[in-house]
Design a protein around this ligand. Structure first.
Ligand code: 5GP
Ligand code: MN
Ligand code: MN
Length: 325
């Protein structure tokens, strides 16, 4: 039951003295803010810890959740010693990235996540697929552990809720989420400031990529599958980072009559990252899993072998099969 999972997670945090806290590669708002929130929880418990990520964390998260405290593991010749690992917002162990191979063997791992495709890879697991965000689970864990709230912790949790619900618009926007958000405003979070930084403000690289991506917009014969493509050169010529792609996949998905929208990104190594978004009919988590990825029913992702044209053809074939049987 959930209460057994909460007490197991609480015990895990209480029983060890030092931790590595990690999230997934290319961290989003929920990943970055959940990493920072766990750090603030461990502060209250008087524990030692290092916040880590497989790469750099987008700068916009620094000012909203203090994610400049998250260390880029690629810049570390050696990981700090620790007794235990806490992974947040990672559906499977591989999502942690290459840094996971450097974890000392045999360390206990607490897996806190909300993806329905989570394979319970932890030695302890707090996995609640109904939760809108990992931050929602942490809110409940903070309450369960009787930890105290402050503006910094409230900003972290609010960031995860806001970003994983697409600004309180997606199907995971429950009344519980809205009540939590309201309480976080009482703890000092500014809804307008966080929305401005996390949802409204954008980079010129993003707009340039969006122009190029929209030029590639393609429909299936029945017009209910649509996708855009971003090639290696689009990334290098616009000097874009992975984070500059955020939101672009929503353009094909949002078109009237489209059931599945996709973004195909050609990676530097020639593999192809596919982002899937569903308008409701198709379960894209199941689709992404067919290609070794995962995610949520309405938002998922997977990485395929190139070349681009073959990756697109095989994905579109499977999406058609999922829609028409
Ligand atoms: P995005 O398309 O924005 O990268 O990811 C959408 C959702 O799918 C997120 O919840 C993300 O965690 C999940 N996701 C994206 N790529 C992968 C992947 O390669 N493996 C798994 N398990 N989940 C993914
Ligand atoms: Mn995430
Ligand atoms: Mn999440």
């Amino acid at each position: 039951s959930y209460s057994a999972q909460f007490s197991e997670a609480a015990q895990f945090m209480q029983q060890h003295d030092s931790f590595l806290v990690v999230s997934h590669i290319h961290p989003d708002g929920d990943a970055a803010s959940s990493t920072c929130a766990v750090g603030l929880m461990l502060d209250q418990l008087g524990k030692r810890y290092t916040l880590l990520n497989d790469g750099a964390v987008p700068q916009k998260f620094d000012e909203v959740c203090g994610s400049d405290r998250i260390v880029n593991a690629q810049l570390l010749s050696e990981l700090p010693a620790a007794q235990a690992i806490i992974a947040v917002d990672c559906a499977d162990f591989e999502r942690i990235g290459e840094v996971a191979a450097r974890f000392p063997a045999g360390l206990p791992l607490l897996n806190i996540d909300h993806h329905p495709t989570n394979d319970l890879y932890g030695t302890a697991n707090l996995v609640i697929a109904d939760a809108s965000a990992t931050a929602e689970i942490l809110y409940d864990l903070i309450t369960f552990m009787s930890l105290s709230w402050n503006k910094q912790l409230a900003d972290c949790i609010y960031t995860g809720l806001l970003t994983d619900t697409g600004g309180f618009r997606y199907a995971n926007t429950s009344s519980k989420v809205m009540k939590m958000a309201a309480t976080l405003l009482d703890y000092g979070t500014s809804a307008s400031e966080l929305a401005e930084i996390l949802l409204e403000s954008t980079t010129s690289a993003h707009v340039e990529l969006l122009k190029r991506a929209l030029n590639t917009l393609t429909f299936s014969p029945k017009q209910d599958i649509a996708w855009v493509i971003v090639e290696k050169e689009d990334m290098s010529e616009t000097k874009a980072n992975h984070e500059d792609l955020e939101g672009i996949v929503n353009y094909p998905r949002n078109i009237e009559g489209v059931q599945v929208g996709m973004l195909f990104k050609e990676m530097k190594d020639g593999t192809v990252k596919c982002s899937f978004r569903s308008a409701g009919k198709a379960n894209v988590a199941a689709l992404a899993q067919q290609f070794g990825g995962g995610g949520h029913v309405r938002a998922a992702g997977a990485t395929l072998d190139g070349p681009l044209s073959e990756a697109i053809a095989s994905v579109v074939r499977e999406v058609e099969r999922a829609l028409y049987g």
